[in-house]
Design a protein around this ligand. Structure first.
Ligand code: MLT
Length: 334
């Protein structure tokens, strides 16, 4: 009898194991270029929470921060090929694979969080979703907002374009940003995001630009001292997913992904509003010295808009598209 009981127990265990594996959640891999504590991370955590909630726990995601799954630009290629599920990354690192997205990297176009929300969540954002599906095989399913990319460096306060010429600045591998630094008379060194901390630490480059929240999360204050409050790009960081994976899903799961992305987008704006000022203050307390660009940034703005905009009308999808955006923002057309 005792023996029989054992046999029953064994087969029950096997049945439980089988049924639990058949009910196990599908776990998608989500890459992120920044560390924990970043806007990307806050966005990713909210997305996973909402994805689980909206699919009764059948789908979840695992975040791999700090470029563990490759550089941000590599993750676009991987997701396009279907070998990676999701990635949260700066829009400037999507642009090389879908140049029309470059409209969000054009200097001095987006000038506040509200403008970033208006564009990403409206018809312009919807158009860019179509563009990236077509060009790169990835679908944007949410938007994180990280604030203005400020310039940091280890050498000296930078207020004028003459000051800028004294330092070597790492820039993303993005033609619009490289051209902007060239228009300013600077010395841009294109480099992957995943290599930036080490390059700053070893003095291969003197500076870089990224938002305060990112500077803090990446501990750049340990290798950078001076900050210049430029406002040339308001950083937008989309969540992209493999279009092939999206198309494999049922309409219900697709809907859950979109809704989770929308909830994470809303949360990202709240995260930025709640944390940016405090983080900036903390960076000052840790010894960073913040300056404003001279003359209300006039020379920086003039050089960038007069030479970089015309050079990139074609790649971003035409001058008319830029004018449509400027109209939407209540700005003067060009
Ligand atoms: C970059 O500078 O390449 C990106 O903006 C980094 C990031 O994703 O925060």
């Amino acid at each position: 009898k005792y023996k029989n009981n054992n046999a029953v127990a064994l087969s029950l265990t096997a049945a439980l194991l089988f049924s639990s594996s058949s009910f196990a959640a599908t776990t998608w891999k989500i890459a992120g270029g920044d560390s924990e504590g970043s806007s990307q991370h806050a966005f990713g955590l909210k997305f996973v929470e909402q994805l689980e909630a909206k699919t009764d726990g059948k789908y979840t995601g695992q975040l791999f921060m700090n470029s563990q799954l490759g550089s941000e630009q590599d993750t676009v290629v991987e997701a396009g090929l279907g070998t990676l599920d999701f990635s949260i990354l700066a829009i400037n690192n999507v642009t090389p694979f879908s140049p029309r997205v470059g409209v969000f990297t054009l200097p001095y176009v987006i000038q506040s969080l509200e403008e970033a929300e208006l564009l990403t969540q409206g018809e312009v954002g919807a158009e860019l979703v179509e563009n990236t599906v077509e060009d790169a095989g990835v679908r944007i399913v949410g938007w994180a907002y990280t604030g203005f990319r400020v310039l940091t460096n280890s050498k000296q306060p930078v207020k004028t374009l003459e000051d800028l010429q004294q330092i070597i600045v790492r820039v993303p591998k993005n033609e619009i940003m490289i051209d902007t630094y060239k228009a300013w008379g600077g010395n841009p060194t294109p480099m992957a995001w995943s290599e930036t901390f080490t390059a700053l630490q070893q003095g291969v480059v003197d500076g870089q630009d990224n938002p305060y929240v990112t500077v803090d999360a990446m501990k750049f204050d340990t290798v950078q001292k001076y900050v210049t409050n430029i406002r040339y790009i308001f950083s937008i960081e989309p969540l992209i997913m493999s279009e092939a994976l999206f198309q494999e899903q049922s309409p219900e799961v697709q809907q859950a992904i979109i809704e989770a992305g929308n909830a994470a987008t809303k949360h990202s704006a709240e995260f930025l509003t709640a944390n940016e000022t405090r983080i900036k203050q903390q960076l000052v307390e840790k010894g960073m010295v913040i300056s404003d660009p001279a003359n209300g940034e006039k020379e920086w703005i003039d050089k960038a808009t007069t030479s970089v905009w015309p050079k990139h009308y074609e790649s971003i999808g035409g001058k008319d598209k830029l004018n449509r955006i400027l109209r939407l923002l209540g700005r003067e057309e060009i």
